[in-house]
Write a protein that binds this ligand. Structure first.
Ligand code: SF4
Length: 472
């Protein structure tokens, strides 16, 4: 779709709206024969005209004036999205369940509305002013309520720690992370662990010098279960030395692929507490879909891993699934979700596949439609089984810009996920590809580490001053 701005430049917002209404059609400055979007900023309104398939629609939405830049930007962005939404509805009948809530974290504005107006009025505003559909209103409100609860219950001066193990036994076909396969980068794992332990010790000093209170620890991947029992022990000893394991309210070990989980590794973990939350991620319970995805394990391996985890004494278990995997259908996806519900895992995280548009070409819209159906199937089944959504985010380029949702039975929620996603408290991150998110007297700042293990290994670790300058 060709676009033309007059008196404004809202390229980012335009891309988000196009992603919803015209999936697979990138807004471009040259005429590509797919239609025209004209956006005009008037003194106190945005006017949007969209022409497509011989139909032309126009809409205008006003905005108030504010003294500060940020409030002004927000008001204008909202006016543009509202005008775009109304004009787009005139040229396409595509369903956009979140309405104009197009951001990465749709529950963020909902949290603000809830705090200001309460639930009933928030529901009314979301329906009438953001054009959000009832099922997404419920999802957004329940997620925002979980965040408000987490904010109210968090420790003063709390800090969360993230530790990244960006290695996997092999690469899945759909992988969009920086994780390295053991075949290509296995030799780096041992020196990586050395350096990681060094960084953990440094962040322990940061926490101590700033009198921060460790709250949650998340060991994520990649596939942290690529570590041997001995390596797991070494990693946890490093964490214990730096922060004291007992100081954490919550510890998650995202073991990952079921076929990497062994009794030996679980025994090593159990030595540090059986209340560790363990993620065993099948992604699908269809062996055909798993094969197509390049994951060399089966649904039976998932059941076996689950038994091993439970036999080792762990009860707080999460399992991830992905909606939109190649070869999956709404029917087989439904079986996956009901399989996890039957397995009685207290937490189930439903991700929407991050699709590369180029790989799908003309089929992108269709793939997005199937994934949307799967996400709805999961929501219905999980609500019916007593799970509630507690965290939610979107990645750009997910199929149909769908949401990833963490669902949990009471007590199965992962506090780290809420804290990190909703910027509830500082996250200090260790390891390649990880990003610290600092919130302190010096403002908010993201501090990324080097992306790949080889860069992480060949560069110095971040200076303490980077952290203390923001957090002191
Ligand atoms: S397990 Fe996850 S991080 Fe590892 S290759 Fe597969 S998708 Fe990528």
């Amino acid at each position: 779709m060709k676009y033309h701005f007059e008196g404004c430049d809202l390229r980012y917002e335009l891309e988000l709206m196009c992603c919803h209404f015209f999936p697979g059609e990138k807004p471009v400055t040259e005429d590509d024969g797919k239609g025209l979007i004209k956006v005009e900023r008037r003194p106190s309104s945005y006017a949007v005209t969209i022409s497509k398939n011989g139909v032309c629609a126009f809409a205008e939405c006003g905005f108030e004036s504010f003294g500060d830049r940020l409030s002004q930007k927000r008001a204008e962005s909202r006016a543009f999205k509202t005008a775009f939404y109304k004009a787009a509805r005139g040229v396409t009948d595509i369903s956009v369940p979140w309405g104009t809530l197009t951001g990465i974290r749709p529950s963020k504005p909902i949290e603000k509305l809830l705090t200001k107006y309460g639930r009933e009025e928030t529901e009314r505003i979301l329906e009438n002013e953001y054009f959000t559909k009832p099922e997404k209103i419920r999802l957004g409100i329940e997620t925002a309520e979980a965040t408000l609860k987490a904010r109210a219950e968090k420790r003063e001066n709390g800090v969360s720690i993230y530790i990244g193990i960006p290695f996997c036994p092999t690469r899945c076909r759909y992988c969009s992370f920086v994780s390295q396969s053991i075949a290509s980068a296995g030799a780096l794992l041992s020196p990586y662990l050395d350096k990681l332990c060094e960084e953990i010790a440094l962040r322990g000093k940061t926490v101590e010098s700033l009198s921060l209170s460790p709250e949650t620890l998340y060991i994520g991947g990649g596939t942290p279960a690529v570590l041997s029992g001995e390596e797991i022990t070494r990693l946890f000893k490093a964490v214990d030395g730096a922060f004291s394991i007992d100081a954490f309210r919550e510890i998650t070990f995202e073991a990952g692929r079921p076929d990497c989980i062994t009794e030996e590794k679980l025994k090593a973990l159990a030595a540090f507490g059986k209340n560790i939350r363990i993620s065993v991620n099948p992604q699908s319970l269809s062996d055909e879909v798993l094969k197509e995805a390049g994951r060399p394990h089966t649904a039976a391996d998932y059941s076996k891993a689950l038994s091993l985890v439970r036999d080792a004494g762990f009860e707080n278990i999460n399992s991830d699934v992905i909606a939109g995997l190649k070869g999956d259908t709404p029917e087989s996806f439904e079986k996956t979700v009901s399989g996890l519900i039957e397995a009685e895992v207290p937490s189930i995280t439903v991700h929407a596949l991050c699709l590369k548009r180029a790989a799908f070409e003309k089929d992108f819209g269709e793939a997005a439609g199937v994934a949307a159906k799967m996400v709805n199937i999961a929501a219905e089944a999980l609500y019916a089984a007593g799970y509630k959504p507690y965290y939610l985010y979107r990645q750009r380029n997910t199929a149909g810009n769908l949401e990833n949702v963490g669902w949990a039975k009471k007590g199965g929620e992962c506090l780290y996920n809420i804290y990190m996603m909703e910027d509830v408290e500082t996250v200090l991150a260790c390891g390649a590809g990880s990003v610290s998110k600092l919130h302190g007297a010096g403002g908010d700042r993201r501090v990324p580490n080097f992306k790949f293990p080889h860069e992480y290994l060949s560069n110095p670790l971040k200076d303490e001053e980077v952290f203390t300058s923001v957090l002191s």
